[in-house]
Write a protein that binds this ligand. Sequence first.
Ligand code: CTP
Length: 479
Amino acid sequence: MERNEDKQIFQIVSEEAHQLGVRAYIIGGYVRDTLLERPCKDIDIVVEGSGIELAERVAQRLKTKVSVFKRFGTAMLKKWGIEVEFVGARKESYRSDSRNPIVETGTLEEDQKRRDFTINAMSFSLQAEDFGKLIDPFGGEKDLEAKLIRTPLDPDITYSDDPLRMIRAIRFATQLQFTIVPESFEAIQRNADRLHILSKERICDELNKIMKSPKPSYGFQLLYDSGLLEHILPQLCLLKGVETQEGKGHKDNFTHSLQVLDNVAETSDDLWLRWAALLHDIGKPRTKKFEVGIGWTFHSHEFIGAKMIPDLFKQLKLPLNEKMKYVQKLVGLHLRPIALVQDTVTDSAIRRLLFDAGDDIDDLMTLCSADITSKNEMTVRKHKRNFELVRQKLIEVEEKDAIRNFKPPVDGELIMRVFNITPCHAIGTIKEYIKNAILDDGVENSLQATLPLMYKKGEELGLTPILTLDQLLKEFSDN
Ligand code: CTP
C-alpha cells in the first residue's frame, strides 16, 4: 500500500464497510503489483455484500461522483486520478463472456477462485482487526516468487469461464517475464479454438500489451506455440519454417521477424514501429519462389506486404488511421536503406529516400538496422558498419539539401496562373519535372532556381505564359 492517497482511500473504505456491516478487500492487480513493488494503477475492491452501496458511501465521504453499472453489480469512482472499482464477491464466473453476467453473491474465497491467475487472486484485508493482511489461499505469493502463471482452478474451467484469459496468460508472462505452468499451457493448446467467441477489440488490447512489453517476441512465440496465433494472425504463422531445394534453404522468417521486433524494442517504445517490425516481411510467403541457379527469392515482398497492411489492421481491429499508413509506409520502404549499402551511393538515391520517408526516416533507419540479423556475428558487424555509412551520408545530404520535408516550391496554383490554364495533365508533368530536377540533378530547392524550369517545361508542352519570369520574380520580391 504505497501511495498516501491510496492509504486514505483504504481507510475510508474500511470505515464505511464496517458501518455497513460488510467485509471489503483489495483484490487483483493492485495486490500483485504491490508485492512486485511495481507502480500500482487502479484499485479493485471486492465486497462480501453490495459493492454498489459501499461505493456510494465512499464516494460521498471522498466528495466525488460514482458511476454505477447495475447490470454487472459494479460501481466505479475516481479520486486524485486513481480509479477505484467496487464489486460484490461472486460465486460463479468473475467475468462471463455471455450477455448475462452471473452475479450470484459469494464469499471472498469463492470470488478468488473464480479469478484468472493465482497471482491475480490475492487480496489485502480492509477490516480494522487485520487491516492490510494478505489473504492468499492459492499460493499466489509463492508463484510470484517462482515467476509462474497458474490458474487457481483446473485451467480448463478458468479458461472456459473467459477464453480471453488464454491470451492474458501469455500477456502477463510476457510483461512480467514469467513462465506459464505446463498444465495451463496445455489447456491453452486444447482450448485455442474458443478464441472465436471473443470480441476482436479485447484480443487487440492484449496484443498491444504484449507488443509494449520489454521482450515482445516471448509473447508472440508463446502465441504461436499455443496455437492461438493461428486464430488471430494466421498470415504471420505462414512465415514459419524453412524449405530446402537443391541444398539451398532460406531463413525461418517467423523467427527472423521476432528477432527484428526485439531489436527494435531495445531501442524504441513506439508501439507502431514495433508493429512495423513484426509485419515487415509479411509479404514473403506470397512472393516466395525457388529460382534455379539463384536460390530462394522474395521479389517485391515489401510492396505486397505494404498492400496487406490495411486488411491486417482491419482483421486485428487496429486503428485504420495515420498509424496504419505509417506502418504501411515503413513496410513498403524497409529494403530501401539497406539497398544503399554500396561503395558508391549517389546523392540522388539518398535524396529520393529522404523524400519518400519524410519525417519517418529515423524510424525507417531503426527498423532497417534491426533487420540486419544473421547467425554469423561477423556478417552482422560488417553490415552494420556499412549501414552506418548510409546513416552518415543521409545526415550530410540532409544538411545540404533539406529534403526531408521537401515541398516543391512551384505549386499547381502558380502554374495555372502563369500559363492561364485550368487543371490538366500538364500541371502534373511540370511539377514532376521540377521534383526530379531537385532530387536527381541537385537543383536548389528554391523558387529562384526552379521558376526557370517551370517556363522551360511549360513551353516544351506548348503552353504560353501570360506573365514573364521577371514579372514573377518582382512579384515575389515585393511580397
Ligand atoms: N480478471 C479475471 N479474468 C479476466 C480479467 C480480469 O479474473 N478475464 C480479474 C483478475 O483478478 C485481475 C482483475 O480482474 O487482477 C483486474 O483485471 P484487469 O484490470 O484487467 O487486470 P489487472 O490485473 O489489474 O492488470 P492490468 O492493469 O495490467 O491489466
